[in-house]
Design a protein around this ligand. Structure first.
Ligand code: HEC
Ligand code: HEC
Ligand code: HEC
Ligand code: HEC
Length: 148
């Protein structure tokens, strides 16, 4: 075999391995399929000052046994009526302003920026407080690793 074709094979092998590494298995829930790990990459943030955040959906919902309703909700009269089997709508379908909170029918609805941070970061901070060794990220760069 010529040197160049060996080089191509090596490159292909690496590409295949890289692809398999990034391929996330999907969790099948009553509410639909969801990747085990994915970048949230919410289209509401047209430009990213930071980097899209990696989220381990399965780790949170299965391994850590966090309830679906700690993150997914539909509010009726101030109560969360979302239940297993309901559609898990995109956060930004309701939190549909990037930065500024809005008022919808007299109810304050967080911007996408605040909705994500209040959801993710508030819970992580509470865990960190309970257990200093918790891996729950609370610092900016732990969720938004520095751009290379
Ligand atoms: C627990 C994880 C977490 C921490 C800690 C965190 N963020 Fe975020 N942040 C998110 C998530 C999730 C989004 C939505 C990301 C997406 O769409 O991929 C986001 C979005 C953003 C955005 C809007 C998108 C962009 O890149 O322009 C900015 C700006 C941002 N965060 C800044 C910060 C800053 C500054 C800190 C520290 C004070 C911080 N974040 C800490 C999870 C986190
Ligand atoms: C710790 C927070 C958290 C928990 C717990 C959680 N989810 Fe999610 N889930 C998310 C986030 C964030 C997304 C991505 C939302 C987006 O892109 O706007 C998502 C997405 C999904 C999707 C994909 C929706 C789509 O548009 O493709 C489904 C289905 C889903 N979740 C179902 C569930 C079910 C069922 C449970 C409970 C067994 C659960 N989730 C628990 C945060 C969570
Ligand atoms: C169907 C519309 C809808 C969707 C989808 C939605 N939200 Fe909300 N969310 C609301 C409304 C409305 C409120 C205000 C409720 C109130 O204060 O009575 C709210 C409140 C919140 C709050 C503050 C109250 C609390 O529960 O801690 C956070 C944080 C939040 N949402 C994060 C998220 C995240 C993260 C997602 C995606 C996983 C999401 N939301 C998806 C409508 C929605
Ligand atoms: C209700 C609580 C809760 C919510 C909401 C939550 N998390 Fe977490 N998360 C945890 C806990 C607890 C851990 C730490 C697990 C450990 O120590 O092994 C964690 C760990 C993580 C880790 C580190 C994974 C690792 O093992 O290194 C990332 C990244 C993360 N969360 C991202 C997010 C993002 C992004 C969101 C919002 C979309 C979010 N989390 C919402 C509880 C939560």
């Amino acid at each position: 075999m010529r040197k160049s074709s060996i080089a191509i094979l090596v490159v292909l092998a690496f590409a295949a391995a890289a692809l398999m590494g990034t391929m996330a298995v999907a969790q099948d829930t009553k509410s639909g399929k969801v990747e085990d790990t994915f970048k949230i990459k919410d289209p509401i943030f047209k430009k990213y000052k930071k980097v899209p955040v990696n989220f381990t959906h399965k780790q949170h919902s299965v391994d850590l046994k966090i309830k679906c309703t700690d993150c997914h909700h539909v509010y009726k009269d101030g109560k969360n009526v979302w239940k297993d089997g309901d559609k898990a709508a995109k956060c930004s379908s309701c939190h549909n302003t990037p930065k500024k909170n809005q008022k919808v029918g007299g109810v304050k609805v967080y911007s996408a920026y605040n909705a994500y941070h209040k959801n993710c970061r508030t819970c992580h901070k509470a865990f960190k407080k309970q257990d200093k060794k918790s891996k729950a990220p609370t610092k900016c760069n732990q969720c938004h690793p520095k751009k290379k």
